[in-house]
Design a protein around this ligand. Structure first.
Ligand code: PLP
Ligand code: COI
Length: 341
């Protein structure tokens, strides 16, 4: 199929319509066949549980056009596993891993022309979502579910791309509760982050760096991305019950080990911030987004890392390594990419 003519190099992280999406329904105790749709809309019952009681989960993963022209999908099985965990966490029906992967491959293949060309810096973002669709007014889980997978070509999540960005801390906002849904990719967490996110934007920051919701002592995560820092040849990232276990972070931890760094997953206090040589947000959308400055709005303290307009050397090495694997420029030693036929 021919690639669509888009301004690939200047894409932002926004929705661009695709020709097809794929869908699968859970009804009468079983998942049905995968269906292909060319509509961007869904008919939904006015009493569906997703509309009233927030039964909605989602995922985010990417497909890349490699140096060899082939399409690579990054760590799809990990997203499938997390989709199951999220479903179970809010009493939804888990979609089997095989079905998840079949749907991902199908929606990418159907929209092949939207996979950005090699060298553009853009990728195809795949967004699986699941909603409870049974009509209910009592607060209880749905018995019927709909999974939809849509795709859209995207560029960088933060406007600055791989250039360092500024983030802020404010104790006024929690994204999630201490033993709540923070480790699930549950729509409600994102609704709860919108006010804080907009406040951060209004003040000129890319995103809010959340503290742990219990003690407000430790770094939790960075908007819709995990946080990591580098010091003394060590990759340090928060261990927390209230953050989403990021597949990008998991991959970077492995790449950091491959590069000979030590990896520490542990509590990170705010007091430790000044000791970091480099800091970064990481995620599927964010990839690695270096952080040049953290402003604590409550204490008026600013923490800076490295040069204000240049990513640090280790963050750069990790980013380059991850990209090279995703684009088929270097061997995929950990078998992270599924190559589409
Ligand atoms: N944290 C949150 C809250 C997210 O929404 C995301 C995005 O998926 C991440 C972290 C990064 O996770 P991943 O690397 O799996 O995309
Ligand atoms: C992702 O990185 O895949 C995300 O889901 C982040 C955000 C766009 C919600």
């Amino acid at each position: 199929m021919k690639e669509t003519e888009l301004d690939w190099k200047n894409l932002s992280f926004s929705y661009y319509p695709s020709k097809y999406n794929v869908r699968c329904t859970f009804k009468d105790g079983k998942w049905g066949d995968i269906e292909v749709s060319d509509s961007e809309y869904i008919p939904i019952h006015i009493a569906a549980t997703c509309l009233h009681y927030g039964q909605e989960i989602f995922e985010g993963l990417k497909a890349f056009r490699g140096k060899d022209g082939k399409i690579r999908i990054f760590r799809m099985e990990e997203n499938a596993k997390r989709f199951i965990r999220s479903a179970e966490g809010i009493k939804m029906e888990p979609l089997p891993i095989d079905k998840f992967c079949e749907m991902v491959k199908k929606v990418v293949k159907l929209n092949e022309e939207l996979v950005p060309p090699y060298g553009s810096g853009a990728s195809l973002y795949i967004r699986p979502l699941e909603i409870g669709v049974s009509a209910k007014v009592g607060v209880s889980p749905s018995s019927e579910y709909l999974v939809i997978m849509l795709v859209t070509p995207v560029g960088p999540y933060f406007k600055t791309g791989f250039k360092p960005t500024k983030v802020c801390i404010s104790r006024e906002y929690d994204r999630v509760a201490p033993k709540g849904t923070g480790s699930l990719k549950f729509g409600g967490n994102y609704g709860a982050s919108l006010l804080a996110g907009e406040k951060a934007h209004e003040m000129g920051y890319s995103v809010m760096l959340y503290l742990d919701p219990k003690e407000k002592k430790y770094i939790d995560e960075c908007g819709a991305a995990n946080f990591f820092a580098i010091k003394d040849n060590t990759y340090v990232t928060p261990s927390s019950q209230s953050i989403l276990p990021s597949i990008t972070n998991m991959s970077l931890k492995q790449l950091a080990k491959d590069l000979g760094l030590k990896v520490e997953e542990r509590n990170i206090t705010i007091e430790e911030l000044p000791t970091f040589e480099e800091a970064s947000a990481c995620g599927t959308a964010a990839v690695c987004s270096p952080i040049s400055q953290v402003d604590d709005l409550d204490t008026g303290t600013s923490y800076t890392f490295g040069k204000p307009d240049e990513a640090g050397p280790i963050t750069t090495a990790l980013y380059n390594k991850l990209r090279a694997i995703q684009l088929g420029e270097e061997p995929d030693d950990h078998n992270w990419c599924e190559i589409l036929d």
